[in-house]
Design a protein around this ligand. Structure first.
Ligand SMILES: [Mg+2]
Length: 234
């Protein structure tokens, strides 16, 4: 029996660039607030706002934009210039409109796997934005199903692989985030592959799982088909 029937990919910073756009916007936001607070203070306040606001807005650009606005109101008080509000909204809209830039090895990997496995996307973020990026990426036809979820928990992975594969034990999750893609997928009983990206959001950091038989690390998606070929049922 083949160990795998369904393979799921994270999208942001696994299939295409994402964090780069957040960090660019953050740099511009910091310079907008330069007259009011130094860079370290703005960065710390923004991260605090993002952390507090996940429970209200979820993950994605819209929540990030609201967190920038909240940070600006906290740091500037009643002196917040309307022009800064307008510029923050502009930063958010520009992020929702940025061109999709695929990461290396994505297309060849999906081509190699598509005839042999059920291929899925499991991603967090704004529904509308993730749908837009999937269409613009040109990758939509490679996937059998796309799941845009509000968070990535072991239960979510169990449900996804029960629905679209033959359960988590015969599923694999591939992504750049140890916290969202790897650890909860392993806990659900899946295989999990970490594809590190050099930019990772501070709130996605986690320690590597130690000595887990279903955990793999690759430096590039192109290495995935060879990794899968070597898997043995455990
Ligand atoms: Mg990601």
């Amino acid at each position: 029996m083949r160990p795998l029937t369904a393979i799921a990919f994270d999208a942001d910073d696994t299939l295409w660039q994402n964090e780069r756009f957040f960090q660019d916007s953050q740099r511009r936001f910091i310079s907008m607030l330069e007259p009011f607070a130094d860079a370290d203070k703005v960065e710390a306040e923004l991260l605090g706002a993002e952390r507090r606001n996940i429970g209200f807005y979820g993950f994605g650009v819209k929540g990030f934009t609201l967190s920038m606005l909240e940070t600006a109101t906290m740091l500037c008080g009643d002196d917040l210039p309307p022009a800064v509000v307008r510029d923050i909204l502009g930063l958010g809209k520009a992020m929702l409109d940025h061109p999709v830039e695929l990461l290396p090895g994505v297309v060849e990997t999906l081509q190699a796997l598509r005839d042999h496995y059920t291929l899925l996307v499991v991603t967090k973020g704004d529904l509308f934005d993730q749908e837009r990026k999937l269409v613009q990426s040109g990758l939509a036809d490679y996937f059998d199903h796309v799941e845009i979820v509000s968070d990535k928990t072991p239960d979510v992975y169990r449900r996804v692989f029960d629905r679209h594969g033959q359960g988590p034990a015969r599923g694999m999750m591939i992504g750049n985030s140890l916290k969202s893609d790897v650890l909860p997928a392993l806990e659900a009983g899946c295989w999990a592959v970490h594809v590190p990206h050099d930019l990772t959001w501070a709130l996605e950091h986690a320690d590597e799982p130690a000595g887990h038989t279903r955990y793999r690390v690759v430096s590039n998606l192109s290495a995935i088909p060879a990794e899968i070929a070597e898997l043995q049922p455990d």
